[in-house]
Ligand binder design. Structure first.
Ligand code: NAD
Length: 267
């Protein structure tokens, strides 16, 4: 079967380069277009060289209008992702979205696009984190009512949103399993005279610094014991490989909203 042709937006970013590497290693999908923001000094450069993979003859472009592709992979920023989702919906092209930091209205817009195209949206594309989501369901079911639940995450100094999309997804999995509404029970950081902790809350703590690719720990703190479910990413390739797998899986699907657990058959 011919490899799925993949366009990557945000090609000049950290994830853009990791995606180029993952696509070069994939048999199911291949890079067919590398897109950067208008005015970028990378326009016209060789995509393979920019990604450190050696020249591949693919010229970097500044618009999806100039891209030939079956599926788009987008790890950029919320405003850019929304514009790209509109482009893909208008042209009926499937889309894999890794961008995080959407507000509720922006998420609604993405779900509207998913009525027209297959759209895979995940706050974390690594296999290990998606396995953790499954383990968290079990832990919450067994321990959740008797334990205080706290989520701690750490990322590199350049990350612009907090808590991470992955930490929020972990909170959602736990809250959903326990029949709680995360918007009602989440506590984002504590300071001063906070009063005692109430059992139903789910606490979040954020660490930023250095070159940490992404660490997450969910703690179930009971009287006399505690369970911690942790994931540590040591390379962006773990996210990129998952996103490429999602792109190959998405090609030819029915329109709809999918996530990485669908791709991995974990539902
Ligand atoms: P980055 O800042 O290195 O790269 C972002 C790229 O998007 C840049 O090249 C930038 O030029 C481009 N961009 C931003 N706004 C744009 C616009 N308006 N128009 C065109 N291009 C635009 O960031 P990164 O570390 O690569 O992360 C990108 C996003 O992916 C973030 O939201 C991050 O949280 C998310 N992320 C998700 C996962 C996951 O598994 N879902 C993993 C890592 C990062």
């Amino acid at each position: 079967m011919a490899a799925v042709k993949v366009a990557v937006t945000g090609f000049g970013g950290r994830m853009g380069r990791a995606l180029a590497q993952a696509l070069a290693q994939s048999e199911a999908a291949a890079l067919s277009a590398a897109v950067v923001r208008p005015g970028s000094s990378l326009v016209g450069a060789d995509a393979g060289e920019v990604a450190g993979l050696g020249g591949n003859g693919l010229e970097i472009v500044d618009s999806l209008e100039r891209a030939d592709f079956d599926v788009l992979i987008d790890f950029t920023a919320p405003a850019a992702t929304l514009a790209n989702a509109k482009f893909c919906a208008d042209r009926r092209r499937p889309m894999v979205i890794g961008t995080t930091g959407f507000d509720a209205a922006q998420k609604e817009e993405l779900l509207a696009a998913a009525r027209q195209i297959p759209l895979c949206l995940a706050s974390n594309f690594s296999t290990g984190v998606n396995l953790c989501f499954k383990l968290l369901e079990t832990a919450a079911r067994v321990l959740g009512e008797d334990a205080d639940i706290e989520i701690v995450e750490a990322h590199h100094r350049h990350k612009v949103d907090a808590p991470s999309g992955t930490a929020l997804s972990m909170g959602e999995v736990v809250a959903d399993t326990l029949g709680r509404d995360l918007a009602q029970v989440a506590v984002y950081g504590r300071e001063g005279q906070t009063g005692a902790r109430s059992r139903d809350t789910i606490g979040f703590a954020t660490v930023r610094g250095g070159d940490v690719v992404g660490d997450h720990t969910v703690m179930f703190l009971a009287d006399g014991e505690r369970v911690e479910i942790s994931h540590r990413a040591s390379s962006r390739l773990s996210f990129a490989r998952g996103a490429v797998r999602a792109a190959a899986w998405l090609a030819g699907r029915q329109p709809g909203h999918y996530d990485m657990r669908d791709v991995l058959g974990l539902k």
